[in-house]
Design a protein around this ligand. Structure first.
Ligand SMILES: Nc1ncnc2c1ncn2[C@@H]1O[C@H](COP(=O)(O)OP(=O)(O)OP(=O)(O)O)[C@@H](O)[C@H]1O
Ligand SMILES: [Mg+2]
Length: 193
């Protein structure tokens, strides 16, 4: 940065007062929920207002009745995006650990945020499918392999990995604490933590 640039820098704001939506997209068992709650705990301890809009919880209430076809998945994601933007516009850090398999849905959420001048950060939790399948937290990969279910994202249902996420994190070979710290550092670099 040239010396004169500092004069034009916007006035410093407390990162705790800055709302943003941090969307964690990735395959089932990639680590989205785990990382969101780890990050939430740390941010809360640091004095941030934090809301976690977890995919599973939302599907039980706000998106109750929706299925897992393309259209319903899109509706689910845009609903969560709507709520996230409203909260973030009031200074809340909104963490959304939601698969969001379609690029078009994520783009719609991004556009809604941009239209309201609300920060939106797309984080790709880029755990390889083989490791997700070995973790298989909910037993879905095993069920799909046994022919007991179909439509599993990344296996027999689409997952359109983000091409230009704000951050792509690997969880393979990293502890939860390490990955959460990486996320926190990223927010710090953006003056959000
Ligand atoms: N570095 C890491 N970061 C995140 N999770 C990790 C890491 N290393 C191991 N794990 C483990 O991977 C699993 C991730 O499960 P989690 O429920 O967070 O996935 P998810 O992406 O939310 O899946 P779903 O889409 O099915 O809700 C947890 O058991 C977690 O402990
Ligand atoms: Mg989850």
């Amino acid at each position: 940065m040239a010396a004169g640039d500092t004069a034009q820098a916007p006035p410093a704001r407390d990162p705790r007062e800055r709302g943003a939506t941090v969307w964690l997209t990735g395959l089932p068992s990639s680590g989205k929920t785990t990382l969101a709650f780890a990050l939430a705990e740390r941010l809360r301890a640091e004095g941030h207002e934090v809301e976690v809009l977890d995919g599973d919880e939302i599907r039980a209430f706000l998106s109750g009745g929706l299925g897992f076809g393309k259209e319903d998945r899109h509706t689910n994601v845009t609903r969560i995006g709507f709520v996230a933007q409203r909260l973030a516009s009031h200074g809340v850090k909104v963490l959304a650990p939601v698969i969001a398999p379609y690029a078009e849905s994520r783009a719609a959420v991004r556009e809604r945020h941009a239209a309201h001048g609300t920060e939106f950060l797309e984080i790709h939790v880029a755990t390889p499918v083989a490791l997700c399948s070995a973790r298989d937290v909910k037993g879905l990969y095993a069920k799909q392999a046994a022919g007991e279910m179909s439509g599993l994202t990344g296996v027999d249902d689409p997952y359109e990995a983000p091409e230009n996420p704000e951050l792509r994190i690997q969880t393979q070979g990293r502890s939860v604490a390490e990955s959460a710290a990486e996320l926190h550092t990223f927010l710090t670099e953006r003056d959000l933590a």
